[in-house]
Design a protein around this ligand. Structure first.
Ligand code: RTP
Ligand code: MG
Length: 141
């Protein structure tokens, strides 16, 4: 892998998976020109979620977030491409799906359901360091 090619961890969260939006999310990633390097469907366990979301521990939405993320299957993808970390976050849109702009995944496909935590369809790593840390949590070897 060229040193300039970034990797990011994308998750189609349990809300996106259960709503049948996996194909639509992966289609947008491929249409943008990024590569799906690895792909797996798993039900995230609370132990690895605690590592993944360590930066949010203690925040009011932390427990509902872990409950939500462990509520069912999700799709984990390693996505590759030049500047794909910033690029995927642009595709995803703002964290709050009501505020996310139309044209983005969250803006087109997400909404507020009046639940304790924002169910916003996808996750994308926010830096190269986060991406490597998160990939090591969810993908062996
Ligand atoms: P992500 O990590 O999932 O890509 O999303 P993000 O960077 O846009 O958001 P972040 O601040 O890292 O928060 C992680 C996830 O926690 C849920 N959240 N809900 N006030 C709320 O209801 C709230 N705040 C955060 C969302 O699922 C968010 O993606
Ligand atoms: Mg985040």
């Amino acid at each position: 892998m060229s040193a300039q090619i970034e990797r990011t961890l994308v998750i189609v969260k349990p809300d996106g998976y259960s709503r049948g939006l996996t194909g639509e999310v992966l289609r947008r990633i491929e249409a943008k020109g990024y590569t799906l390097a690895e792909l797996q469907v798993i039900s995230p366990d609370r132990e690895r979620l605690a590592k993944h979301y360590a930066e949010h521990e203690g925040k009011p939405f932390y427990e509902p977030l872990v409950d939500f993320m462990s509520s069912g299957p999700a799709v984990f993808a390693i996505v590759e491409g030049h500047r794909c970390i910033e690029g995927f976050r642009a595709l995803a849109g703002a964290t709050d799906p009501t505020a996310a702009l139309p044209g983005t995944i969250r803006g087109d496909l997400g909404r507020d359901w009046g639940l304790p935590v924002q169910q916003n369809i996808v996750h994308g790593s926010d830096s190269p360091e986060s991406a490597e840390r998160e990939i090591n949590i969810w993908f062996a070897g």
